[in-house]
Design a protein around this ligand. Structure first.
Ligand SMILES: [Zn+2]
Length: 65
């Protein structure tokens, strides 16, 4: 679940498309188009980049699915 830092709406990972440009990973909020920064913390169990919101505490990202 990602939460827009602008409008505070949460979205499931499969509802938003992470994007990458020269400044790094981000997703655009479907509700307000705010650019939310993401950080690649390395490949997950399936080999895909695991993206977290940069201002989330790492300790909160302990959900393993
Ligand atoms: Zn938003």
């Amino acid at each position: 679940m990602w939460t827009c830092r602008n409008c505070n709406v949460s979205f499931d990972f499969d509802r938003v498309e992470p994007e990458l440009d020269e400044q790094g990973f981000f997703f655009l909020c479907p509700a307000c188009d705010y650019r939310n920064k993401l950080v690649d913390t390395g490949p997950d169990a399936t080999g895909r980049p695991k993206l977290v919101q940069s201002d989330d505490g790492v300790s909160r990202q302990d959900q393993s699915d």
